[in-house]
Ligand binder design. Sequence first.
Ligand SMILES: [Zn+2]
Ligand SMILES: [Zn+2]
Length: 369
Amino acid sequence: MQITAAVAHGVKAPLTLETVEIEDPRPGEVLVRVVATGVCHTDMAMRDQELPVPPPAVLGHEGAGIVMRVGAGVTRVAPGDRVVMSFNSCGACPSCDDHLPAYCHDFFGRNFSGRRADGSSGLRWAGQPLGGNVFGQSSFATHALCHERNVVTVPATVPLEILGPLGCGVLTGAGAVMNALRVGPRRSLAVFGTGAVGLSAVMAARVMGAAPLIAIDVVEARLDLARELGATHAFNPTRTSVVEEIMALTGGIGVDYALDTTARPAVVGDAVRCLAPRGVCGLVGAMPFGQALPVDGGHLMSGGRAVRGIVEGDADPHHFIPALIDLHLAGQFPFDRLITFYPLAEINQAIHDAETGRTVKPVLRMPGW
Ligand SMILES: [Zn+2]
Ligand SMILES: [Zn+2]
């Protein structure tokens, strides 16, 4: 079948809309008509080869849509179902057995290789195999081939076009707070970076009753939004010393939890300096391999402090995405406030606006929706 897809060509190169051939779903696969898909920072990292998905390839990993066809053996979804596509995993390794699929032993192969596990691609362009299966979906396209494991059925009571970001960015921020750090009532949290992931963390922390709940960013408009979404304090590091402010706010003790969404080493150093004894700093920003961090070892060791990486919010999408939708329907998790819609044809503008901080979470609507 012929579809329209945005093809990525390499570092910083604009994506181009192309007519692409997509295969019928193989056993265990699901063909989804995409309604809308979010743009995540990781898409830019893949385009720019910081996460090396070989070009040309179709990126996109926050897709929502309607199931068109299913391959042999698929029982979890059926044609007509409304679904969100999330990250992929193998289903057979120790992490998958423990319902922590973000730590799947084949996470990179299943999400970043641009191919199926058997090395084939479900996409062809100009007579050649085209990179696909990004996060088990490649949803910068009118249609996507995903897998029974990474597709989550969602209720008809929520507009499909807002739901894609639940598959990655929103799940990452909310899950870091709720699943990984397990921030409890009246525990203090500082969120460094208030893009879509950081603001999702702020919303989740408000649900959990965290206080004080501190947001840090260099973009004033994002700090305003963080306050509206539940932050009790907001600091701009270009105007003040964030470490000094946080220490003063906490009586010189520091915060119970810090969350870094920026992947900037100096920011991680500050986040760790702000930790109270037994405090934990979670790292959710995509950090390159080989990256050293300026962390004070004595400070870390002496107070029993910890730093830990968190992928996809420790979430099992099949449980966590419906839980976030329930919170949204209850009025407690207004993640739709982060979204700005663009038509698929304006994908490069959407990426530009995300990179400049003008838009928090771009969502691309497919033609006809
Ligand atoms: Zn696995
Ligand atoms: Zn993502």
